[in-house]
Design a protein around this ligand. Structure first.
Ligand code: ADP
Length: 255
């Protein structure tokens, strides 16, 4: 049966571009009300004076979906809390969280500055913590929650020049492992997805033939599965173009 999210409220962070945008469009097309979060400012060109998040909201509305834009910086807890409060006030709850906002500051370890470390850890790891923290109490209260953290093979196996990014992504797996256990009794399921797709983050890393195949939309079905009623929990899911594979399942309940 096709996955539906009617009546559910989702927050997708970093949804102005790439993967987050694809996930926001996908969730909205399946009935979720979506908070399209991105801290990016007005885009040059086609979007005119609209920010990337507002542009995605327009796309969703044109397709008949329901969405609101939010410009919270995920590395700022007050802004993240305000975003969750806004969504809860408007739509009654936050049921689904896709923590996807991200940046890169790739440098060989010899050249990596303290600030490059701190910035990447702040956005990915602390930002994921802030988002989970801000939605957690409401999810516990309502006995329902689905959380997906976007991680990376870089956090499992390492990539040259990504000590900061890899450490942040590995940290997010650690966060997921504990939240998955602590959420269990309140029907909160927490997973990670480790995608390979053509985005601004990967355009310099992947060969052009691979980029042509690896549209962000190819990852969205895996995310939708992990946010669905029947989601597993405590999974690290690897997803590529047109297919996805579970790298490790620690808990097979619901699969
Ligand atoms: P990918 O699709 O691989 O995640 P992108 O760079 O295309 O990579 O998308 C990441 C998105 O995350 C960008 O739109 C960026 O503006 C957003 N982003 C980065 N840092 C933050 C932050 N601190 N808060 C909210 N959004 C952020």
């Amino acid at each position: 049966m096709a996955i539906r999210f009617d009546g559910r409220v989702a927050i997708v962070t970093g949804a102005g571009n790439g993967l987050g945008r694809a996930h926001a469009l996908g969730l909205a097309s399946r009935g979720a009300k979506v908070v399209v979060n991105d801290f990016g400012g007005a885009r040059d060109g086609t979007g005119g004076s609209l920010s990337p998040a507002e542009t995605v909201v327009e796309e969703i509305r044109k397709a008949g979906g329901t969405a609101m834009a939010d410009g919270a910086d995920v590395s700022n807890f007050e802004q993240v809390t305000a975003m969750v409060e806004r969504a809860t006030k408007e739509w009654g709850s936050v049921d689904l969280l896709c923590a996807n906002a991200g940046i890169l500051r790739d440098k060989s370890f010899a050249k990596l500055e303290v600030a490059d470390w701190a910035k990447v850890l702040d956005v990915h790891l602390t930002g994921s913590f802030y988002c989970c923290k801000a939605v957690w109490a409401g999810m516990r209260e309502r006995n329902y929650g689905r959380i997906v953290l976007t991680t990376s093979s870089s956090g499992l196996f390492g990539n040259f020049g990504q000590a900061n990014y890899g450490a942040a992504k590995a940290g997010m797996v650690g966060l997921m492992n504990v939240l998955a256990e602590e959420g269990r009794k309140n029907n909160i399921k927490v997973n990670t997805i480790s995608p390979t797709a053509a985005t601004r983050m990967t355009e310099e890393l992947l060969p052009p033939q691979a980029l042509a195949l690896m549209k962000p939309e190819a990852i969205t079905p895996a995310v939708e599965f992990l946010l669905s009623e029947d989601a597993p929990t405590r999974t690290i899911m690897g997803a590529g173009a047109g297919s996805f594979a579970v790298i490790r399942v620690l808990e097979t309940e619901g699969v």
